[in-house]
Design a protein around this ligand. Structure first.
Ligand code: PSV
Ligand code: MN
Length: 386
């Protein structure tokens, strides 16, 4: 690995989601696991464990109200003691009976007000935690044609976004996430990158788009969206996960490692891998049947491997082949990087960073899961809706 690639990989940050450590499931069943955290503090301890073994996951995203605590300064200090920081604050306006017909786009102004109040509460939390990013995903939409007026819902959405955005200060950002469908099945109010992009343009420079890799129609060329938004300076973050069918929330890089490489190739080409590139690389996954901490470590390593391959692309040769119109030559250059086994290089990088070269084996050997399983008795394991 070149010195430059190693230096970039050392500085890469991958944020893990607090909810990945809690119990989750499908609408059919939540399978409880052992040693699952019961509160935000214990989720932070798990996230810090992932960072201890990978060296590249120094922040954890919170989801409010799932991670609500009395004292956010205290929570921040606890995270720092564990060796990580609190990251993105995710708003949750999708798990309340009042939101049956939507949150910020609800036809009832009282419900809209309640949803906006929650968004503003999330900004207060950011002020206390020092988090830079407010991530907004709305489950809002309709199930039946004629159920509500599509254009009015866009007006209500714009109004709510405006209010949240104008509450932000300093370098805080508003990150708007889109999703094709689910839970709305007819029309979702922020269904695609174009809608998210248009709202972010209207809001101004602190609003940027989040690409959740599981939120597209099958076959969508996600790297094209990446390239487009990068060019417009409107790509704020990723929610990485992988999918075979819809929003499966499986481990990043598990279903389609080549897609992850193609995405990271656009990022590497734009020199935007490290935090100064302004893109937050987050995981948004649920580990329903697999051991959770180990699955998060695997996902972090998968993103790191895709990034390492992307950094190996010979950009000079690629540009020359593209300019000369060498269709297959250009493709070969990209595929050469993709087919490189970067695992030995990454083992070396970890040794240079003072880490065990094999994070998963080291984690399993550490006895962490056995320890927390013994400690975390009583109380209620964190999970969907808790
Ligand atoms: C919605 O499916 C989503 O991707 C949003 O990011 C939510 O905040 C998250 O999942 C909840 O798990
Ligand atoms: Mn997401």
């Amino acid at each position: 690995m070149t010195h430059t690639a190693a230096a970039v990989l050392r500085r890469q940050h991958i944020e893990t989601p607090s909810w990945a450590y809690g119990n989750s499931g499908t609408r059919f069943k939540v399978f409880a696991q052992q040693g699952v955290p019961r509160n935000a503090y214990e989720k932070i301890a798990d996230a810090a464990t992932v960072h201890r073994f990978t060296g590249v996951a120094p922040t954890v995203a919170l989801h409010i109200p799932w991670d609500r605590v009395d004292d956010y300064h205290h929570l921040s200090r606890y995270a720092a003691e564990q060796g990580i920081q609190l990251g993105t604050i995710n708003a949750n306006v999708f798990q309340d009976d009042d939101y049956r017909l939507g949150s910020v786009t609800n036809p009832d102004p009282a419900v809209r007000r309640k949803a906006i109040e929650h968004l503003l509460e999330c900004v207060d939390i950011m002020d206390a935690t020092g988090s830079a990013d407010l991530k907004l995903w709305f489950s809002d939409g309709t199930n039946y044609p004629g159920q509500d007026d599509l254009r009015s819902r866009q007006d209500r959405l714009a109004e709510a976004l405006q209010q949240a955005n104008s509450r932000l200060t300093g370098s805080q950002r508003l990150l708007l996430e889109y999703k094709l469908f689910e839970p709305a099945f007819y029309a979702t109010d922020v269904p695609d990158w174009g809608t998210a992009y248009a709202h972010c343009v209207e809001l101004g420079p602190r609003a940027q788009v989040v690409i959740d890799t599981g939120h597209h129609a099958p076959g969508t060329n996600i790297e094209f969206i990446v390239a487009f938004l990068l060019r417009q300076n409107k790509l704020g973050a990723f929610d990485f996960n992988s999918r075979f069918y819809a929003d499966d929330d499986l481990m990043a890089g598990a279903a389609d490692p080549f897609q992850l490489f193609r995405i990271m190739n656009e990022i590497a080409a734009a020199d935007a891998v490290t935090p100064d590139g302004g893109i937050a690389f987050m995981l948004d996954q649920c580990h329903n049947i697999e051991p959770k901490i180990q699955a998060v470590i695997r996902s972090v390593l998968n993103v790191q491997e895709a990034t390492a391959k992307a950094l190996l692309v010979d950009r000079t040769a690629l540009a020359a082949a593209q300019k000369a119109g060498e269709v297959l030559g250009a493709n070969d250059i990209l595929m050469d990087a993709y087919h490189t086994d970067v695992r030995p290089m990454l083992r070396q990088l970890r040794e240079d960073m003072g880490l065990d070269p094999d994070p998963i084996t080291a984690y399993r050997r550490s006895g962490y899961l056995e320890r927390v399983t013994a400690e975390r008795v009583g109380g209620t394991a964190a999970g969907w809706g808790a």
